[in-house]
Ligand binder design. Sequence first.
Ligand SMILES: CC(C)(COP(=O)(O)OP(=O)(O)OC[C@H]1O[C@@H](n2cnc3c(N)ncnc32)[C@H](O)[C@@H]1OP(=O)(O)O)[C@@H](O)C(=O)NCCC(=O)NCCS
Length: 149
Amino acid sequence: MEIRPYRQQQDFRAILDAQCDLYQINFPRFVCTPTFLADQAQRLRVAGRRPLENGIFVLDDNGVMAGFVWVAVRVDLQGSYGSVDQVYLKPTYRRRGYGAWLMEAADAFVKKQGLKVARLYVTRENADAVKLYQSRGYEVTRYEMERRL
Ligand SMILES: CC(C)(COP(=O)(O)OP(=O)(O)OC[C@H]1O[C@@H](n2cnc3c(N)ncnc32)[C@H](O)[C@@H]1OP(=O)(O)O)[C@@H](O)C(=O)NCCC(=O)NCCS
């Protein structure tokens, strides 16, 4: 088992195949359409060509993609930061400590790019993810609120 940088040829399909599951877990009303997948494929193709702006790291189990993390360098009103856009483990690899390992790879990338802040969004109901992030030192800085009408 190792964590290594993303290889477009080898990992593209496996990461794309994880997209529906990843979004369905986090957005209960999300519908995974061919258009969504085409957009994600395009995003991934572009990211794969820009390794300085996109740290994508794969958890490799003897040639099988067990999970991955995708951090993008972004700029907003507060300056540059590392945005942990996606963290994903295939179901059989969850709750074994690999999530923390992927987050370490994300941290290392953010530091290597000279950035001081990592940020992410998570759905409150996604308890495993929230727990993982809190254990890694992430703190709540903003709330997204909604009300049913
Ligand atoms: C979110 C996600 C990446 C978290 O991964 P994870 O492997 O569960 O996270 P961790 O590595 O922190 O492991 C968590 C659990 O495994 C336990 N664990 C850690 N190391 C372990 C080890 N070596 N052996 C056994 N258990 C271990 C931890 O104690 C923890 O258990 P607890 O919650 O009962 O305390 C994973 O659940 C996932 O892929 N979810 C679907 C995609 C998703 O929602 N991504 C986040 C989008 S915001």
